[in-house]
Design a protein around this ligand. Structure first.
Ligand code: TXA
Ligand code: MG
Length: 315
């Protein structure tokens, strides 16, 4: 089933399921989400149960249009309206003070809420037909590789999530940039392909900052394959080691087996999680990934690689 073949009936069926409190697989431009009615506590609890996610890790609520901002947030600063105007729909999530009625299940008990409008025609069609907020974390089990294709979601949840709308491959491929606007100075909590530079903000927060809101994506180990993953310079990609699969940039070095993703960071990001899944499925002893250049356009990719590799101790 391709994006083009999604019918009005399927959207209506998805919306009816959401209204009944069910979770559905929903494509966005970043990664696929596991979506549920943000105002239904049982539906939100089901998202946590399906993912195996700790209850104190808050969810992003997806909105049909900026008008809904004031339904979920309060004391919205001008900067938030400006960012919404400039970048929504798009891969930007804003953390704001939450409106009073917002479920604590969604915010993990915090006084703030993360909100975004995704730039995917199917997500927007579902959101506007639903006419409300959808809480949607990435549609993967907690800590594992994020899904960028409908097939990834189906393999992760099978019959536990019977409705997965197929919106094709995600165009961005990496989770949205998260900007905290709840405490005066805007700052980046999670880097994404929309860079701090483009947003006109300072770079990502220091993870040791104890004042910072909790961001599970900022847990050290995340987005991880089952096979141990090691990061290395291009020279370190090993042709000698047997049973190692390599994720290279540009082209694979001679004699090395694995996948090469494009040198352009946007195109690399688009293929990243699918490549990581494929390498993980090859049954290798270990994976090696080539470290990207130390440039802002690669920051979000390097962040995901480091978290995917965290916890893989030296072989
Ligand atoms: O691109 C994306 O953002 C995707 C798609 C599906 O929209 N969603 C996504 O959701 O990445 P998830 O749950 O995998 O990651 C949400 C991140 C978590 O790191 C969470 O801690 C952070 O958003 N977050 C949510 N609410 C927050 C809040 N009130 N304060 C700080 N961080 C928050
Ligand atoms: Mg996630």
């Amino acid at each position: 089933m391709s994006e083009q073949s999604i019918s009005r009936d399927q959207i209506a069926e998805a919306v009816a399921a959401l209204r009944r409190g069910e979770c559905i697989g929903l494509p966005t431009e970043t990664v696929y989400g596991l979506a549920a009615d943000a105002r239904n506590p049982a539906a939100v609890r089901r998202v946590f149960a399906l993912k195996g996610r700790p209850a104190d890790h808050p969810l992003i609520v997806h909105l049909p249009s900026p008008q809904y901002l004031s339904e979920f947030a309060r004391d919205i600063p001008d900067a938030a309206w400006r960012l919404a105007e400039a970048y929504w729909p798009g891969p930007l999530t804003m953390v704001l003070k939450r409106a009073q009625h917002v479920l604590l299940e969604v915010t993990g008990g915090q006084d703030t809420i993360a909100l975004r409008i995704p730039a995917h025609p199917l997500a927007l069609a579902v959101l506007s037909a639903f006419a409300g907020g959808l809480a949607a974390p990435s549609a993967n089990r907690f800590g594992r590789i994020s899904p960028t294709r409908a097939a990834h979601v189906r393999s992760e949840f099978a019959e536990e999530v019977p409705i997965v709308l197929d919106g094709g491959d995600c165009a961005v491929g990496i989770e949205s940039t998260i900007v905290d606007l709840s405490h005066g100075v805007a700052r980046i909590l999670r880097p994404g392909m929309l860079t701090a530079e483009r947003l006109g903000l300072s770079a990502a927060a220091d993870p040791s900052d104890k004042q910072a809101p909790r961001v599970p994506g900022a847990l050290e180990k995340h987005y991880a394959p089952r096979t141990p993953l090691y990061l290395c310079s291009r020279d370190g990609l090993s042709a000698k080691l047997e049973d190692v699969q390599v994720l290279a940039i540009g082209e694979l070095p001679a004699g090395v087996s694995g996948i090469a993703l494009p040198r352009d960071p946007q195109r690399y990001a688009r293929g990243f999680y699918a490549a990581l899944r494929e390498l993980d499925a090859r049954g290798a002893h270990a994976l090696q990934a080539e470290l990207p250049p130390n440039e802002s356009a690669w920051e979000a990719i390097t962040d995901r690689l480091q978290r995917a590799a965290a916890g893989s101790s030296a072989a």
